[in-house]
Design a protein around this ligand. Structure first.
Ligand code: PEP
Ligand code: MN
Length: 381
């Protein structure tokens, strides 16, 4: 039977054709956490009317600051939203009721605010120097787990670019489980990534493991990757939030979706709106695969948050033969992108060889992804 397509998603929040959802009920998430149900809402969003003037918006912001709270503006095509952050803003909601230009005051019930769909109805599209992540196109990021040298990096970059990848991945600072494993080539690897960008036009994503390295990595990278082992390194999250660079935030391997979105909140609350979430597998009782890819997270996070979500099937499965099938599943689930480990000779890789695709396997994956996107009436970015 052909796949049924329809052109709107839940609540009309996303655009573009997707696989038909089984029902038109609005989504409910009864068991996410008690904080979704219990307790008074603490934050409010002030929805300005579409005729609100700049002076009216400024007056609302001034009032928020007078009370000692923080205003976070989100200017949409039709309306401006003002998030009131900090303290128990809800208790002050009457402080705004006499001001002009306000359409509605909405309490935010989620513990994460700036990351929530309540705060921003429309999908955030992160623009990495022209490569857009978060719209209806699917972005492929690919490259070696670790940058091992200039030759292998360039060879891989050229290959993945020719197949339609837009972003080159590669670790310069590696957070290895064992201190005796290869730790990455550091700044010289960053220079190699920058050289590969200059030659291929690919954007560069690479991990930063400590707050003190953020400025250095930001000098070379287009996207800062924060790894699973650092998802709750709050000093690192904040420093990345101040870097001025888009951040790829991996889900902690033992973190709940709520903790993950709160980690994103740390970055957003520094004024950085360019957060890309990455589901990369979680720890379960299963040991047959390296982690368990939680694909529930993809559509759920897209309901709960406006942030783009990509999937890393390489870390999640730990087995190269599963990377293709789980990439397709991720795209079918609505992921905004994929990040894939590719190595010219995976059996000689200094890290994660078992989960790395060789060039042939990557070509097959890209052909399959393109076919699936065709059926979904979508395309590669
Ligand atoms: C990686 O991308 O190579 C990596 C170490 O990722 P994660 O933090 O998801 O394990
Ligand atoms: Mn890896």
């Amino acid at each position: 039977m052909p796949l049924a397509l329809r052109s709107s998603r839940i609540d009309g929040m996303h655009s573009g054709p997707v696989l038909a959802a089984p029902s038109t009920r609005s989504p409910v998430h009864p068991n996410l956490s008690s904080s979704y149900r219990a307790g008074p809402p603490q934050t409010v969003i002030i929805v300005m009317s579409h005729t609100a003037t700049k002076a009216e918006i400024d007056a609302v912001v001034d009032r928020i600051e007078e009370i000692g709270l923080k205003a976070e503006l989100s200017r949409g095509e039709e309306r401006t939203l003002v998030g009131v952050i900090g303290g128990n803003a809800y208790a002050y909601k009457d402080a705004f009721s006499h001001l002009g230009g306000i359409h509605e005051i909405i309490p935010i019930t989620k513990p994460f605010k700036l990351a929530s769909r309540e705060f921003r109805r429309h999908d955030t599209v992160v623009d990495v120097d022209g490569v857009k992540i978060g719209n209806d196109e699917v972005v492929v990021m690919a490259g070696p787990c670790s940058v091992e040298g200039e030759e292998m990096l360039l060879e891989t970059a050229r290959h993945v670019a020719a197949q339609g990848a837009r972003v080159l991945r590669g670790g310069a600072f590696k957070p290895r489980t064992s201190p005796y494993s290869f730790q990455g080539l550091g700044e010289s690897a960053l220079k190699m990534m920058a050289a590969a960008r200059a030659e291929t036009g690919l954007k560069v994503v690479t991990e930063v493991v400590s707050p003190g390295d953020v400025a250095l990595v930001a000098k070379y990278a287009d996207i800062l990757q924060l790894g699973t082992r650092n998802m709750q390194n709050y000093a690192l999250l904040q420093e990345a939030g101040r870097s001025g660079k888009p951040v790829l935030l991996k889900r902690g391997m033992s973190s709940t979706i709520e903790e993950w979105l709160l980690a994103a909140e740390y970055i957003l609350s520094q004024g950085n709106r360019d957060v890309i979430l990455c589901e990369r597998g979680i720890r379960t009782f299963e040991t047959a695969t390296r982690f368990t890819l939680d694909l529930n997270a993809v559509p759920l996070v897209r309901e709960l948050s406006h942030l783009p979500v990509i999937v890393d099937p390489s870390q999640a499965t730990g087995r190269w033969s599963l990377v293709g099938p789980m990439s397709l599943a991720a795209v079918a689930a609505g992921a905004n992108g994929l990040i894939i480990e590719v190595h010219p000779t995976p059996n000689q890789a200094l890290s994660d060889g078992a989960q790395s695709l060789d060039f042939d396997a990557f070509d097959h994956l890209m052909a399959d992804v393109k076919r699936l996107l065709g059926a979904m009436q979508k395309q590669l970015a």
